[in-house]
Design a protein around this ligand. Structure first.
Ligand SMILES: Nc1nc2c(c(=O)[nH]1)N[C@H]1C(S)=C(S)[C@@H](COP(=O)(O)OP(=O)(O)OC[C@H]3O[C@@H](n4cnc5c(N)ncnc54)[C@H](O)[C@@H]3O)O[C@H]1N2
Ligand code: MOO
Length: 391
């Protein structure tokens, strides 16, 4: 049995290589750039008026003759003399001969003439060509997470596709004779299968879209075949259940039989002791304990960092905060504990119902308190590490 830190260190060695994919910019929200993006154009591409008003050559003159009009989208570059003005609108091309735009509020218009009420400083109200970015300059760095602003920025440069880290494809293999699909009356001895829906939701929250769910009975041959199938076309395989030591727990053998290399099995923790982690070529396998709360805790602590890293993210572990305990915690087990708890300002309270078979408490919690294996007791007011669950 290894420690939590040893398990995390092993997972942290992976992945050995990253994959990229070219996607349409409009499909790239929350994906991470695999390559630097350079601007294909100057932005703005031409000198633009920043105001509705009049373009002039800056001077001491008080009266100008309005000769032409330039509205957004027009392409004519008018020639103007020192006391001539071009009526102009926000976003329109400023004539090369003009160096200043006066806001229309600062002039009095009479027929073809404008009388200056307040002359702005020279060069006012003109956006310079390339003032935001010039052709060939770095627009966004490799590793940037594409939020809506980044997508808008690249779109304004005319970028239509981007190379991003490929989000992993994930197969969830649920094992167990007792599992029944929700939507039918429960038969005696059965429970509703919930781990696949829960894990799928957790994956979707992390931006994973390519998710397949496979269900198999507690049968060695069938499990072996399903593992083989799931390994073929996926970057991550999550198995639920069948990883403990019972006579009908076949997952470990089925994985080994499919040449998945075991990287660790069993962690000195509660819940989630029987977690198994392995790798076959570029596919990573987490055999999660079947107890629902164990499966979810193992997902948060071990699976999530690896899959976020594959997606190109930098900070891949759930955020930790220190809070004062409102509960007494006894830990005679010498295991690391992950306890469902509720954090409010700087205080955190353990919730009733810590069994790894119970999801009710999980649904009420917003953090996991992590008590390390060397800490035998936490008293009220002691500082504890909380792992925040809002991914
Ligand atoms: N003799 C021992 N028995 C057990 C040990 C041990 O060390 N020695 N470890 C216990 C611990 S800790 C855990 S955790 C479980 C893990 O067992 P498995 O991974 O083999 O999981 P199962 O036995 O298949 O299921 C456990 C539990 O979870 C329910 N389950 C399973 N899959 C689902 C699902 N998809 N949706 C909802 N619920 C599910 C299942 O019905 C069981 O109640 O082993 C202990 N035993
Ligand atoms: O580790 Mo098991 O996950 O405690 O129930």
């Amino acid at each position: 049995m290894i420690s939590v830190q040893q398990a995390l260190d092993i997972i942290d060695r992976f992945p050995n290589r990253f994959s990229s994919v070219e996607v349409k910019l409009q499909d790239a929200l929350n994906l991470v750039l695999f390559e630097d993006v350079f601007s294909p154009i100057n932005m703005p591409p031409f000198r633009q008026s920043a105001m509705d008003g009049y373009a002039i050559q800056y001077s001491e003159a008080e009266k100008f003759t309005v000769i032409e009009e330039s509205k957004a989208g027009d392409s004519t570059n008018y020639t103007l003399k020192p006391t001539e003005a071009v009526r102009i609108f926000t976003g329109a091309l400023v004539p090369d001969h003009a160096d200043t735009v006066i806001m229309q509020e600062h002039v009095e218009r009479e027929d073809q003439f404008i009388q200056i009420q307040k002359m702005p400083s020279k060069f006012a109200n003109i956006r310079k060509t390339g003032e935001q970015i010039k052709t060939g300059e770095l627009a966004l760095k490799k590793g940037t997470k594409l939020n809506e602003a980044a997508i808008g920025f690249l779109a304004c440069l005319g970028v239509t596709t981007v190379s991003v880290y490929k989000t992993p494809s994930v197969a969830i293999l649920v094992t167990g004779n007792e599992l029944q699909q929700p939507g039918t009356d429960l038969e005696i001895g059965k429970i509703y299968e919930s781990n696949s829906v829960m894990l799928k939701a957790a994956l979707q929250k992390s931006g994973i879209k390519d998710i397949k769910i496979i269900a198999v009975k507690d049968d060695y041959d069938a499990t072996k075949i399903c593992v083989k199938k799931a390994l073929q076309a996926n970057d991550i395989l999550l198995v639920s259940g069948g990883i403990s030591v019972g006579d009908y727990d076949f997952v470990k053998e089925a994985l080994l039989e499919n040449d998945v290399e075991e990287l660790f099995y069993k962690i000195n923790q509660k819940p989630g002791k029987p977690l198994w982690f392995g790798k076959k070529e570029n596919t990573y396998v987490f055999a999660l304990p079947g107890n629902p709360a164990s499966a979810l805790t193992c997902f948060y602590i071990y699976t999530l960092p690896l899959l976020r890293k594959m997606c190109g993210f930098k900070n891949n572990h759930l955020q930790k905060v220190i809070a004062k305990s409102k509960s007494v915690i006894k830990n005679p087990s010498q295991k690391t504990l992950f306890l469902k708890a509720y954090l409010e300002s700087e205080f955190v309270e353990i919730l009733q119902g810590q069994s790894s078979a119970m999801l009710y408490t999980y649904a009420m919690s917003n953090v996991l308190i992590c008590v390390d294996s060397e800490t035998a007791e936490v008293n009220i007011g002691d500082e504890v590490t909380c792992i925040k669950l809002d991914v």
